[in-house]
Ligand binder design. Structure first.
Ligand code: SF4
Length: 346
């Protein structure tokens, strides 16, 4: 699939996922197909040159946001807490991207050509090699971000990185973070129970799951996936919560229509609270802005969706203001207890 897919049919997510996984993982060699960023459109938006032989980049995660939007404390606060750092306005992270994603969000800042498992735009590497490349750079960051793509098409990546960090003696000094678009159950299909528990309880690891819209209509509009999969996102989040991972969430609020935003935002926050009463406090709405790969994908509907997200964020703030006290809303995101988190509490 290329950028042209924005005007084509609904993605068959489950079928597409099977093929993408096959292209992106080599189980016997414990290798992953990791994106080469050199020469990509995405590279034009980077403030630091690509590193790690073109397979990585250093990203500065910043807390500040636009007026009306909550500060983005992810992953700054979870990483800072795990590493014993003073809370700051930004954190540097070493980013690696896997080369596959089963959705095609029109606002994705990755070129769609880097999401197909294309060997000409990626390289087969082991987790040990990634950690070695990470260590060899001058002044490596204190955290590694595994993103994509959809890392959970190849869920082995996270425990393999944990093994590699331990092998290198970095398990106490480097924080590991990964993204999940909540599209598939490969975490349970491909990891055995012991590995699932290892991921859930690895001390310096956090995961952020991204809800792609606040109702089925905005979800389908944003991802090109079937609107039925909006509900699956909540089911998967609940399962991860029950396992005991240190979980956080993003939500994107671009929508083709905001007529029912009051009712639908209320229902969305209800659904988060059904997973855990405090989950909304661990959820950051992300403002969509047009990065370089996004510009050719924009049409009138998408420009309008960028405008309408302002109505949705205003309503999100009202909902949270009605459900939580000022003190609760002021807590650091990593200090908000998850009351239904399995395994351990924090
Ligand atoms: S799920 Fe993430 S990586 Fe995949 S297309 Fe959407 S924004 Fe991009």
């Amino acid at each position: 699939m290329g950028d042209r897919t924005t005007s084509l049919r609904v993605i068959n997510t489950d079928r597409f996922s099977v093929g993408l996984r096959a292209r992106a993982i080599d189980l016997s060699g414990r290798r992953l197909l990791v994106t080469r960023l050199t020469g990509s459109d995405q590279e034009k938006d980077l403030t630091c040159p690509v590193n790690c032989r073109g397979l990585g980049r250093v990203r500065h995660f910043r807390r500040d946001s636009s007026p009306g939007w909550p500060p983005n404390s992810l992953p700054i606060d979870p990483a800072g807490k795990a590493l014993g750092l003073e809370p700051g306005q930004l954190i540097r992270a070493q980013v690696f991207q896997n080369s596959v994603c089963n959705w095609r969000c029109w606002y994705c800042f990755v070129d769609f050509s880097l999401l197909n498992g294309d060997e000409t735009r990626a390289e087969w590497v082991t987790a040990d090699e990634l950690v070695r490349l990470f260590r060899e750079q001058p002044d490596p960051p204190r955290m590694i971000d595994l993103t994509g793509g959809q890392p959970d098409l190849t869920p082995e990546w996270v425990p393999w990185m944990m093994d590699a960090l331990e092998e290198a003696g970095l398990q106490d000094s480097v924080y590991l973070w990964s993204d999940d678009n909540l599209s598939n159950d490969y975490f349970w299909q491909y990891l055995d129970a012991a590995t699932q528990q290892r991921v859930a309880h690895y001390p310096k690891y956090g995961r952020v799951c991204c809800f792609k819209g606040y109702n089925a209509e905005s979800f389908a509009f944003n991802t090109m996936a079937s609107r039925d999969l909006f509900e699956r996102q909540f089911d998967l989040m609940k399962r991860l919560m029950e396992l005991g991972l240190d979980l956080y969430a993003y939500v994107t609020l671009t929508t083709p229509c905001a007529k029912r935003v009051i009712e639908d935002m209320s229902r969305f926050v209800d659904k988060l609270q059904h997973i855990d009463p405090n989950l909304p406090l661990r959820t950051i709405p992300l403002e969509i802005r047009p990065f370089t790969p996004v510009v050719p994908r924009l049409d009138d509907d998408k420009r309008r969706a960028i405008d309408l997200q302002q109505q949705a964020i205003a309503r999100w703030r009202v909902e949270l203001g009605e459900r939580f006290t000022a003190e609760e809303l002021g807590l650091k995101i990593c200090d908000i207890p998850l009351l239904r988190r399995g395994g351990r509490h924090g």
